[in-house]
Design a binder for this molecule. Structure first.
Ligand SMILES: [Fe+2]
Length: 448
């Protein structure tokens, strides 16, 4: 790890970033009255109180060996150790009384932060024999783990009824029209997935590189908007099995899903009525359906739409090629070039609680003229999540990716309004199972 050695004098930068990440998640919990912390906004997930303790318990379990801290093996370290993935098994059945009080969890959090901050700034960190600590990997993991939870907490809070959150300014209607769909031809070329070891931090699934030859194809210039998706809903797409994979149809029917999870049919209206009969469930209240925003849907719904229009979801390599490639066969770090992300490039880094029109950030377009690639919603691909050649699991977190190499998860690329800018790097890969409609995930279609 020659080029990736974090010298002791650089450690304060990572410590500062950890403080910033803590401020980010603390601010999310401050959107809630205390009584809501025992709510479970998504049936498959834990009650919110779990996440309040989980972030500190994760850091504790991750760093205590490297820092040679005494292991008190408290009950709370264990209770808050792991989240759950909703693929298999039934729904959780715990009750609020099974969890500690908020005061107990807050006391635990304060104690863990005190112990770490002292250890990280002192002799324990500088004499640690853990290479993962001294090269900065463990702190990067703690920071990005927390920032990923900032995003998943946003999904959870989004799904909480508005009256279970503290009062907040109501969202305003966005009546801008959806841009006319356009198709962009992408020339054949190489897409480089992943990153080489030794240069920068990445999660285990980002290593090593794979160069994929991508034949020419065409891709939507914008993600599919609510306005475009509405045509599929109005055409009866949710009632037509031939657009759905068998397991997707079964899931959709069992869940009684007739439209995207973020939409709500105004009461007293029927299927036949017009656009203005739909509402959109924004973070802090409902607004008329914003036609120009990317539609947020599950992989199952995205795939059904693609089949309806006679197209497909892009593969991970096609998405890379459209985002980072160019006619001259160079590849850039970001769609717009190599400059670091800033707010003109897209709707990311906690810029907004909700999406924005897909044509809001022309400065974020790729060399091929594909818009809105980073931010404003993760984008589904047809690629099943799996290891890149040379994959090695982190020894300190062996299940981070490998537990999901089960053929049941699909790669998402891009980022959402609630994705921190550090995770907009080209090699970053997100993944979800296809039947989870709560995520800020959109899509665009391709044709070979
Ligand atoms: Fe976690």
């Amino acid at each position: 790890m020659a080029t990736y050695r974090v010298a002791p004098q650089l450690q304060p930068t990572l410590q500062l970033r950890l403080q910033e990440a803590r401020a980010r998640t603390d601010a999310l919990f401050r959107l809630l009255p205390h009584e809501s912390l025992y709510d479970r906004p998504i049936p498959e997930r834990h009650r919110l109180i779990f996440y309040l303790g989980h972030l500190e318990a994760f850091d504790w379990n991750l760093l205590r060996n490297a820092l040679e801290l005494p292991a008190p093996a408290t009950e709370l370290d264990r209770l808050f150790a792991f989240g759950i993935d909703p693929v298999d098994g039934g729904l959780p059945t715990d009750t609020p009384a099974d969890w500690p009080t908020i005061a107990q969890v807050e006391r635990y959090n304060r104690r863990v932060r005190e112990i770490f901050d002292e250890a990280l700034g002192g002799a324990r960190a500088s004499r640690s024999s853990s290479a993962d600590l001294t090269d900065g990997t463990l702190l990067h993991v703690a920071i990005e783990h927390r920032l990923m939870h900032a995003e998943t907490l946003a999904y959870l809070l989004h799904n909480l009824p508005v009256d279970r959150k503290l009062p907040h300014a109501a969202p305003v209607a966005d009546v801008r029209p959806s841009p006319k769909p356009q198709n962009v031809r992408i020339a054949a070329g190489i897409a480089t997935l992943g990153q080489a070891r030794g240069a920068a931090f990445g999660w285990d699934n980002e290593f090593e590189t794979e160069r994929v030859a991508v034949p020419s194809f065409s891709i939507d210039a914008y993600p599919v908007t609510n306005g475009e998706y509405l045509k599929f809903v109005q055409a009866g797409g949710y009632g037509e099995p031939r657009y759905w994979r068998a397991e997707d149809w079964e899931w959709k029917s069992g869940a009684n899903l007739e439209h995207p999870h973020f939409w709500k049919r105004r009461s007293g209206t029927s299927h036949d009525e017009a656009v203005n009969q739909w509402e959109y469930r924004a973070m802090f209240g409902n607004i008329p359906l914003p036609l120009s925003w990317p539609v947020f849907v599950s992989h199952a719904e995205a795939s059904a739409y693609a089949r309806w229009v006679g197209r497909k979801l892009p593969t991970e390599a096609q998405w890379h090629r459209a985002a980072y490639g160019a006619h001259d066969q160079t590849e850039s770090a970001y769609p717009w070039g190599d400059a670091p992300p800033n707010p003109t490039r897209g709707n990311f880094h906690f810029k907004s609680w909700d999406a924005a029109p897909v044509d809001t950030h022309p400065a974020g377009a790729s060399a091929f003229g594909v818009f809105d690639l980073l931010g404003n919603g993760w984008e589904w691909t047809s690629t099943v999540f799996g290891p890149l050649p040379g994959f090695k699991a982190f020894s300190f977190y062996p299940g981070y990716s490998a537990n999901f190499f089960d053929g049941k998860h699909f790669v998402m690329k891009g980022g959402s309004p609630q994705t921190d800018a550090c995770m907009l790097r080209r090699s970053f890969r997100n993944w979800f199972q296809p039947h989870y409609p709560y995520v800020y995930a959109t899509f665009r279609c391709v044709e070979d």
